[in-house]
Design a protein around this ligand. Structure first.
Ligand code: NAD
Length: 362
């Protein structure tokens, strides 16, 4: 299979971690008989330096012409970088918001996995960590409170702010279908999170999700209130497979779920649209504090590349091979500095990429 992949290396540690992910993709191509064709795209600070803007129309078109886009991270140190002297619409992050909108990326996926060999990094009680967890937070990304009308006005002499929370049934149905499709590739359980005891938007959310569930008889659906879900994530995260939720609840819960894994350099993410197209990137930022030192953890980006193979190309075996290689590297005690602990072997960004490549097999 020929894989047309747009690559945004980005800023800070971006080029270092994306290079390792490309190395792993090439190795997968060699072992499984695929050809990875890359188109380099400029975005964020790297694009400002060359084009004066964080994202050009040409880059958007090239991204749209790819089957999927693999991205590092963008942005610099807000205190010292000249990019932050520019007006907000010209700063690196504006490129990120624009590309998400232009590509209509409405479904955000963030896996939170506790690896057996990284259990000591988990901030939860040992008996909870011992059970492990492997969940996928699926967040609606283009609707809800963050995209509603907002205003601040004076009402009877009192300053009053309004934020509108709207969802229509089509927006809910398309993300719910995506959630159930993804559950079918996993342990076949969806926990739909809402606040249906209070909000109309949540009552519609629950109704539509239940309708979609009827088309997926193999998947178990559970409805959970968001306040309970926030508690369950720290009480017993092992109960979750796919957590399906709206924009703001997902924003908060996905950060909570990532924190309980304890290691930012391990967290992959994907944003998908209605086709097979997706944008795949690590959850962390561009880490300007460690850029260029060769010590950044490339695993989140490598796992994002595995998600790309699974969700944009339906190459599940190839994605499994990357995930298995990552687990084996950790089991064999190889660690970048951010996840280093006593008794293990510390290695750099490039060596981590090489080790993972060496463990890729059919
Ligand atoms: P950050 O995630 O870049 O860094 C936070 C801490 O985690 C730092 O100590 C960093 O060294 C460490 N870290 C992050 N990724 C790591 C990795 N792969 N390996 C080892 N250590 C890692 O967050 P920040 O410092 O708040 O932001 C820095 C820049 O990144 C800002 O310009 C911000 O806007 C941008 N940012 C971009 C994205 C994105 O591109 N999607 C997301 C978040 C932040």
């Amino acid at each position: 299979m020929r894989l047309n992949i747009g690559v945004i290396k980005g800023d800070g540690i971006g080029p270092e971690i994306v290079t390792e992910a490309m190395k792993v993709l090439d190795k997968v191509g060699e072992v499984f008989g695929h050809e990875c064709c890359y188109t380099q795209l400029l975005m964020g600070g790297a694009s400002i330096d060359v084009n004066g803007v964080p994202l050009t129309d040409e880059t958007i078109e090239l991204a749209k012409g790819s089957d999927a886009v693999l991205m590092g991270s963008i942005g610099g140190d807000a205190k010292t970088s000249p990019w932050y002297q520019l007006e907000p619409s010209k700063r690196p992050e504006a490129g990120l918001l624009k590309i998400r909108k232009e590509l209509n990326l409405f479904a955000n996926l963030r896996p939170a996995v506790l690896y057996d060999d990284l259990k000591e990094a988990c901030p939860l009680k040992a008996e909870i960590a011992a059970k492990g967890f492997d969940m996928m937070i699926m967040r609606e990304l283009t609707g809800g409170l963050y995209f509603g009308q907002r205003k601040t006005v004076e009402v009877d002499g009192v300053m009053t702010a309004y934020d509108e929370l709207t969802y229509n049934e089509n927006e809910i149905r398309r993300i719910a279908k995506r959630g159930f499709d993804i559950a079918m590739k996993r342990r076949k359980k969806v926990t739909s999170v809402d606040k249906a005891n209070v909000l109309d938007s949540s009552r519609l959310w629950r109704k539509v999700v239940e309708e979609v569930a009827a088309d997926y008889p193999d998947v178990t659906l559970e409805n959970m209130l968001v306040d309970n879900c926030a508690m369950q994530l720290v009480k017993d995260p092992s109960q979750f497979d796919v957590i399906l939720t709206e924009n703001m609840f997902g924003d908060i819960l996905s950060d909570e779920a990532s924190m309980v894994t304890g290691s930012i350099g391990m967290l992959a993410s994907a944003s998908l649209n209605e086709t097979k197209f997706g944008l795949y990137e690590p959850s962390g930022g561009s880490a300007p504090d460690i850029a260029g030192k060769g010590i950044a953890n490339p695993i989140a980006t490598i796992l994002s590349a595995a998600m790309m193979l699974r969700f944009s190309f339906d190459l599940d075996k190839e994605a499994d091979a990357i995930e298995a290689a990552v687990s084996k590297v950790l089991k064999d005690g190889f660690r970048t500095i951010d996840i280093m602990s006593e008794g293990n072997t510390q290695i750099g960004t490039c060596e981590m990429g090489d080790k993972i490549c060496s463990y890729i097999s059919i």
